[in-house]
Design a protein. Structure first.
Length: 100
Protein backbone atom coordinates (compact mmCIF):
# COMPACT_ATOMS: atom_id res chain seq x y z
CA UNK A 1 0.00 0.00 0.00
CA UNK A 2 1.10 3.54 -0.67
CA UNK A 3 1.98 5.27 2.61
CA UNK A 4 0.96 8.77 1.49
CA UNK A 5 -0.84 10.46 -1.37
CA UNK A 6 -0.04 13.51 -3.49
CA UNK A 7 -2.65 14.83 -5.93
CA UNK A 8 -0.86 17.73 -7.64
CA UNK A 9 2.71 18.46 -8.70
CA UNK A 10 2.27 21.76 -6.81
CA UNK A 11 1.77 19.97 -3.46
CA UNK A 12 4.52 20.51 -0.90
CA UNK A 13 2.91 18.05 1.50
CA UNK A 14 1.54 14.52 1.20
CA UNK A 15 -1.32 13.06 3.20
CA UNK A 16 -0.54 9.90 5.16
CA UNK A 17 -2.84 7.00 4.20
CA UNK A 18 -1.47 4.95 7.08
CA UNK A 19 0.63 5.84 10.13
CA UNK A 20 4.19 6.68 9.11
CA UNK A 21 6.90 5.83 11.63
CA UNK A 22 9.80 8.13 12.49
CA UNK A 23 12.70 7.18 10.21
CA UNK A 24 10.45 5.53 7.61
CA UNK A 25 11.29 6.55 4.04
CA UNK A 26 8.37 7.08 1.68
CA UNK A 27 8.21 7.75 -2.04
CA UNK A 28 5.24 9.69 -3.34
CA UNK A 29 4.52 12.41 -5.87
CA UNK A 30 8.02 12.13 -7.31
CA UNK A 31 9.60 12.84 -3.92
CA UNK A 32 11.47 10.60 -1.51
CA UNK A 33 11.49 11.73 2.12
CA UNK A 34 12.32 10.24 5.48
CA UNK A 35 9.88 10.98 8.29
CA UNK A 36 11.55 13.15 10.94
CA UNK A 37 8.82 12.16 13.40
CA UNK A 38 5.77 9.92 13.53
CA UNK A 39 2.98 11.06 11.20
CA UNK A 40 -0.54 9.89 12.13
CA UNK A 41 -2.88 8.58 9.43
CA UNK A 42 -4.65 11.47 7.73
CA UNK A 43 -2.02 14.02 8.72
CA UNK A 44 0.51 15.65 6.41
CA UNK A 45 4.24 15.14 5.85
CA UNK A 46 6.41 17.83 4.26
CA UNK A 47 7.84 16.77 0.90
CA UNK A 48 10.35 19.62 0.78
CA UNK A 49 11.41 22.55 2.94
CA UNK A 50 8.64 25.08 3.59
CA UNK A 51 9.81 28.44 4.94
CA UNK A 52 7.90 30.43 7.52
CA UNK A 53 5.29 32.48 5.66
CA UNK A 54 5.18 30.11 2.66
CA UNK A 55 1.91 28.55 1.56
CA UNK A 56 1.26 24.93 2.45
CA UNK A 57 -0.25 23.26 -0.61
CA UNK A 58 -2.31 20.07 -0.45
CA UNK A 59 -4.32 18.58 -3.33
CA UNK A 60 -3.23 21.52 -5.50
CA UNK A 61 -4.74 24.15 -3.20
CA UNK A 62 -3.22 26.34 -0.50
CA UNK A 63 -4.54 25.22 2.90
CA UNK A 64 -2.57 27.58 5.11
CA UNK A 65 0.68 29.37 5.83
CA UNK A 66 3.72 27.96 7.61
CA UNK A 67 4.11 29.57 11.04
CA UNK A 68 7.56 27.97 11.47
CA UNK A 69 10.20 26.70 9.07
CA UNK A 70 9.23 23.11 8.17
CA UNK A 71 11.90 20.64 7.14
CA UNK A 72 11.31 17.81 4.64
CA UNK A 73 9.84 14.81 6.45
CA UNK A 74 8.32 16.89 9.26
CA UNK A 75 4.77 16.48 10.54
CA UNK A 76 2.68 19.33 9.11
CA UNK A 77 -0.35 20.20 11.23
CA UNK A 78 -1.84 22.96 13.37
CA UNK A 79 1.36 23.34 15.42
CA UNK A 80 3.24 24.75 12.40
CA UNK A 81 0.52 25.94 9.99
CA UNK A 82 -2.06 28.72 10.27
CA UNK A 83 -5.11 27.49 8.41
CA UNK A 84 -6.66 29.52 5.65
CA UNK A 85 -9.72 27.28 5.65
CA UNK A 86 -12.59 27.13 8.11
CA UNK A 87 -11.67 24.51 10.70
CA UNK A 88 -15.11 23.77 12.03
CA UNK A 89 -13.74 22.93 15.47
CA UNK A 90 -13.46 26.55 16.55
CA UNK A 91 -16.65 28.09 17.82
CA UNK A 92 -17.50 31.51 16.46
CA UNK A 93 -18.13 33.84 19.35
CA UNK A 94 -19.16 37.43 19.55
CA UNK A 95 -18.97 39.89 22.37
CA UNK A 96 -22.13 40.04 24.45
CA UNK A 97 -24.30 43.04 23.79
CA UNK A 98 -24.21 45.73 26.47
CA UNK A 99 -27.54 46.81 27.84
CA UNK A 100 -28.00 50.31 29.13
Amino acid sequence: MTAAIVISAEDNVATALEPIERGQTIQTGGATVTAAEAIPRGHKIALRAIAVGDRVIKYGSPIGTATHDIEPGAHVHTHNVASSRGRGDLAVTSAPEKRS
